[in-house]
Design a protein around this ligand. Structure first.
Ligand code: NAI
Length: 383
């Protein structure tokens, strides 16, 4: 089968997340990188695109040029990834969905709940995919956790504890560095900093693994570096619609922690613990039993884990391979749609997840400014 044609917006030279997308999209041979508007500087974006192998006429200087040109091509791109800064996601996703393209958008999908609702509605109206890159949900053992919870290995889920706490913005003497400062400036970052950047990954993981959605929350948010207007640390208590109690800690001032995404789930008959920095091991703690280490690639894992795993046991799989599983889900879905079949249900995070995250961001900000009062965390459309 011919490869699907893939385009990238943002992810230019030196960007943080661009290389992971390029590796992931190409990994299984399902997508071919054929078009891009990679940089906010037109010349630099075009030059980098050509360097990466794009034809000159498809190495665009802006996403608007890319949209106009791709729309009129018979061999237009079949999936567009948006990996630009947060405040551009909404307008780019909206424009491409309206023009009939499938989209994979970086998180956060939008800057407001209203924008999120519009993207969900547009994807539905135009029958296009709008996926959101909560890429950590692509890890094989995260999918195994989800499968274990769904098949009842843990019994009823009582407690979910999620963390995404790193220390990369802990240096107060570096707080005015422009690369750091914008993240805590409401004019550029919006209503939330650390929770909107990292906390929403952890919250999405809690929902993804338990199959439960967040309903209410109470937040304690703080700027530990006083010059910051937005939070660099947050502790969030939440409740889920299946009865689970949730705890979430996110921080950018936890010195010594590198990435810091971890997820623990505790049910009536056992607990699970997984950490992004050791993604090939999952700790399983059955009630009254011994702690067991489940290895990615071992025999008798769930089909969800097996299909998300590529290399043999004992060889580390990391973040780009987790992202590749999101691309693999998208390829399966797009191929089905191209063949005239109904789009299958796969595990990629959707625009609805992006909207739920944005509602949680606003709920955290509201609660955090009001001494931690409990607030509804659901988007109005899902109440
Ligand atoms: P970055 O600042 O390192 O790179 C952004 C890139 O976008 C640059 O190459 C820049 O030239 C380009 N760009 C900016 N405006 C543009 C425009 N209008 N048109 C075309 N290109 C444009 O940013 P980074 O860290 O790579 O983040 C990008 C997005 O990815 C953010 O939304 C961020 O939240 C998200 N992200 C997601 C992660 C995940 O795990 N899913 C991890 C890291 C970032």
């Amino acid at each position: 089968m011919a490869k699907l044609r893939w385009g990238l917006i943002g992810g230019g030279r030196g960007s943080q997340i661009g290389p992971a997308h390029r590796i992931s999209a190409g990994l299984d041979g399902a997508f071919e990188f054929v078009a891009g508007a990679l940089d906010h500087r037109a010349d630099e974006g075009r030059a980098f695109g050509i360097e990466l192998g794009l034809e000159e006429d498809r190495a665009y200087g802006s996403w608007q040029d890319m949209l106009t040109a791709e729309q009129s091509r018979k061999d237009r791109v079949e999936l567009v990834t948006i990996a630009t800064p947060n405040d551009t996601h909404f307008q780019i996703a909206k424009a491409f969905l309206e023009a009939g393209f499938h989209v994979l958008c970086e998180k956060p999908m939008t800057m407001t709940v209203e924008e999120g609702e519009e993207i969900v509605a547009l994807a539905g109206k135009h029958k296009r995919i709008c996926a959101v890159n909560y890429g950590y949900s692509g890890y094989a053992l995260v999918r195994h956790m989800k499968a274990m919870v769904a098949r009842g290995d843990l019994g009823k889920i009582r407690l979910v504890v999620a963390e995404f706490a790193h220390g990369h913005h802990a240096d107060a003497s570096d707080a005015d560095n422009p690369r750091v400062r914008w993240r805590y400036d409401p004019a550029q970052a919006g209503i939330s900093a650390q929770f909107a950047d990292c906390g929403i990954h952890a919250l999405h993981m809690a929902s993804f693994v338990t199959g439960q959605e967040v309903t209410r929350l109470s937040a304690d948010i703080v700027s530990t570096i006083e010059s910051r207007q937005l939070e660099d640390d947050a502790m969030v208590n939440f409740r889920m619609d299946g009865g689970a109690v949730g705890r979430l800690w996110t921080s950018s001032v936890a010195i010594g922690r590198q990435h810091g995404l971890t997820l623990q789930v505790f049910g009536e008959t056992g607990g699970l613990r997984w950490a992004q920095e050791q993604p090939n091991q999952l700790y399983w703690m059955p009630l009254n039993g011994r702690v067991q280490i489940i290895e990615r690639g071992e025999a008798n894992l769930s089909p969800e884990a097996d299909s998300a795993s590529r290399v043999t046991i004992g060889h580390a799989e990391g973040m780009p391979l987790a992202f590749a599983n999101i691309y693999s889900d998208l390829a399966t879905t797009i191929i089905a749609e191209k063949s005239g079949n109904p789009m299958p249900t796969t595990l990629y995070p959707t625009a609805a997840d992006g909207l739920r995250s944005m509602a949680a961001v606003y709920a955290v900000a509201k609660s955090g400014k009001s001494d931690g009062i409990w607030v509804d965390a659901r988007p109005p459309a899902f109440r």
